[in-house]
Ligand binder design. Structure first.
Ligand code: CP
Ligand code: NVA
Length: 319
């Protein structure tokens, strides 16, 4: 039987129970990949890319291969989509040809546009607002490194994000924490362009009320990191940021750079995470990302396992 249609536009498109189900399957698939070699046999995933990617593109394409299916990377620069062809029509057309779609696009409206007339799952692969597949990989990595492989162990773990707060990864980390019972602390520069959108704060307040995590916005990196189990940084120059904007950002974000000194304020067993790509000397120093506390390459690898699990849940098992 085909599972009920679900779209994943942000991590909170999934309930905590569904996220735990995906994580358990991801751990199982990572341990025994050969058991799933035919899980998506003859299924096709269409992957939209309006922005660059290494991990998302390769992990999805390799994931579809290892599940017996096929992934098509579709660069929107070569296509009529978003110009002559609306996202709504595109979702309807792809529903007649493919089994699922991932979309890396500039704005959340493009993802909802694709979903509007789609009868197959639409999964956000990063927009201006969310990065849910990254979240599944991050949670899997935290379960492996901090919870002895037990998804229930996520409750009560503390995660500090420092840097650019008006950001897709930050927003979905806040939602993830609220959903999974984590204590999430955020710190970055202040001022209008750096502020977290009020609607995201409202969303997180509602999620924490329902599910029990905490999300706190603090002024300094030191306050956010104090005693944390995980210190998380994301690029200061998200895809598309160029020119003079780079110098301005460097200046505003430098107090939030992850240095060994900042890491020393976290728990003595703290781990360092970055969704990558990373620039040494910007959001963190080389001694942090290349040091013993860094788990960034496990995090990158888990993109493969977590996404395979999500696709199998959406297309075969149901969430
Ligand atoms: N973390 C992440 O999404 O990486 P890519 O931009 O390389 O896909
Ligand atoms: N915030 C970053 C994440 C990259 C995976 C960006 O949007 O470029």
């Amino acid at each position: 039987m085909t599972p009920a249609l679900r779209h994943v536009t942000k991590i909170s498109s999934l309930s905590p129970k569904e996220i735990k189900g995906v994580l358990k399957l991801a751990l199982e698939m990572k341990a025994r990949p050969a058991d799933y070699w035919d899980a998506l046999k003859r299924r096709t995933l269409l992957m939209f890319f309006e922005k660059p990617s290494l991990r998302t593109r390769v992990s999805l394409e390799a994931g579809m291969t290892s599940l017996g299916g096929h992934g098509i990377a579709y660069m929107t620069g070569d296509s009529p989509v978003g110009e002559k062809e609306s996202y709504e029509d595109t979702g309807a057309v792809l529903s007649r040809m493919c089994d699922a779609v991932t979309a890396r696009v500039k704005s959340r409206e493009q993802v909802t546009g694709l979903a509007e007339n789609s009868t197959i799952p639409i999964i956000n692969a990063l927009d201006d607002y969310a990065h849910p597949m990254q979240m599944l990989a991050d949670l899997q990595t935290i379960v492996e490194h901090k919870c002895d492989g037990d998804v229930e162990g996520l409750t009560g773990k503390s995660l500090a994000f420092v840097g650019d707060c008006q950001n897709n990864v930050t927003y979905d980390l806040m939602r993830s924490g609220a959903l999974m019972g984590l204590d999430v602390r955020i710190a970055g520069p202040t001022g209008f362009e750096w502020e977290i959108e009020p609607s995201v704060l409202e969303e997180c307040a509602a999620l924490t009320k329902e599910h029990g995590g905490t999300v706190t916005v603090l002024k300094t990196a030191e306050e956010a990191v104090a005693g944390a189990d995980i210190v998380y940084a994301d690029s200061w120059m998200s895809y598309g940021i160029k020119g003079a904007e780079r110098d301005r950002r460097m200046k505003a974000l430098m107090p939030f750079q992850v240095t060994p000194e900042l890491m020393s304020k976290a728990s003595t067993s703290a781990s360092f995470m970055n969704c990558l790509p990373a620039v040494r000397g910007e959001e963190q120093l080389a001694s942090v990302i290349d040091g013993p506390q860094s788990i960034v390459f496990d995090q990158a690898e888990n993109r493969l396992h977590a996404q395979k699990a999500l696709l199998v849940k959406l297309l075969v098992e149901g969430l």
